[in-house]
Design a protein. Sequence first.
Lengths: 197, 297
Amino acid sequence: MIVLRLADIAREITSFPSLLATRLAGKRFWEQLQIRLREPDMDVVIVLSFAGVEVMDASFADEVFGTLAARRARKDVSFGAVILVDANETCIENLKMALETRADRESPERERLRNCVLPVLKGDEMTLIGKFEDHVLQSFGLLSKHKTLTARDLADILKLNLNAASTRLKTLADLGLALRTEIRDAQGKQFIYHTLQ
Amino acid sequence: MNKFAFPRLNGFQDLENFYDSFIPQLMQGNVRGAIFELSNLTFFPPEALLSLVYASRLWHRMTGHVVEWQLENEDTLRYLERMDVFSVFADCVTAPALPSDLWSRGSSGNLMEVRTLSDELEQNSLNDVPHILAIAQDLLLGRVTAERMGAACTLLSEVTQNVTHSGSQGYALMQLYKVGNGRRVHIAVGDTGLGIPDSLRRKYPQVGQSSDYLKKSLESGITSRDIGNGLGLYQVQHLVRNGGGTLTIRSDTAMLQIYEGKIYQWDNLTRIPGTQVFITIWGRHQKGDWDYLLPMP
């Protein structure tokens, strides 16, 4: 797990690192953040800490986290999983607005986003913030409860066929909401999905 | 000299009455100076302040002459001094000198003086807006909850960023009023550039009257830019509604107001350049202090 403090990154673009505001500052921040997210080991979870950030406006949130979540949902980026921590109510509120409305604000010519979501850790509880399909929330909840799941496990719990269960878990991993490891045993190749924590 | 008298400044209708006489005289290409007769005023609401500095800037830009603000009330003079009016608008406003024993800059923690906002993207986004937020944060800390401080800074940030769409310098101010146990926050931001209806009309030609464009500007995804996101004003109206506040946007010949959760649209007002945005949030909004809504026809 790697912890990055957003305020430290912000120091490179503004003299007010506790105030993450404006779309242009967000663009500059995103350029910096992308460099740090390019961790060669995809299994390393990157924790983005809001400690020291007092305000993040909606435009900044959209430019940084809306872009991250949307690009991940479209598989445009290959970053490892990211968890947001230490965010205050204002940051959460503006982040929520940015992620929930992102799909409606994009050009209609683009493929419509079905999910635009990031995991947020508050206390011991990991929640999803943004826009997500019901099955994403359901699978995420089950994975949080069981800590690890295979497609067979999920298929048994939800009475799904194996392909559907496998697709659901892969979607979680693609959205950065689960880690995936491959094992080979007597039954052949299979994936085990883990929570981010 | 063109004299404009202000027997009272108690609501947006008083400002509309002023524009009804001021803008036609300005458009006549009058090359004389102007007088704002403010002697009768004992209370100067922040909404009125933004409008009068805006008008003074316009007059100076179009005629090359200054506007003389005639004032007698020492509290009003002290307030204007505290709001930095005579420094930020030194080129276009003159007023009686404040007696030195009344000079009180820094004595009030309830207001943010008038700040200028560049329309140039880099200057606005990386310098002006963060500076304003830092001042607002200092002003609000300990006076409102952390959550409200964050929401007020978000409102201020989203509205002040929009000045870059106008092609003209803008101004912002903020003030707190103690009401009961809490505080009501007033935010006013204005510019003299391209108004919202004109900036949106190119991209959305069939929306309707000017006030329909103001309403459109509050929707998610609406922006004048070819590439953009249109999130700022959508979040502003969301926060205002959640906080039981008021939002007034005046631009072109239109006004849009959100008051007690309802939207009011007004058209065929006197055409003014640019956009003015007024927000009040939290605390009671007593009628009589400032009448928000224009009278119903």
